[in-house]
Design a protein around this ligand. Structure first.
Ligand SMILES: [Zn+2]
Length: 74
């Protein structure tokens, strides 16, 4: 084979699921606040058997500044 070989996997950005959500204030830490009367005041998590989070009930707010998560990376 002649010509350059380009490995596309090296040129792709990491999947969005691997990137941490970072608040505009710089904090990586989020707390859940209840969004429904049936959700505990502190929110709740669902987890995989390896301990990673697979889902949550409540809405994430920045632990540092209290800003609600806006759904966009900064
Ligand atoms: Zn913040």
């Amino acid at each position: 084979m002649s010509g350059p070989v380009i490995n596309l996997a090296d040129r792709r950005p990491p999947p969005a699921g691997d990137q941490p959500a970072i608040c505009p204030c710089g904090s990586w830490y989020w707390v859940l606040r209840s969004t429904h009367e049936r959700v505990p005041e502190h929110g709740a998590l669902t987890m995989r058997t390896d301990g990673t989070v697979s889902g949550y009930a409540g809405y994430p707010h920045c632990q540092h500044c209290g800003r609600p998560w806006g759904g966009t990376a900064t």
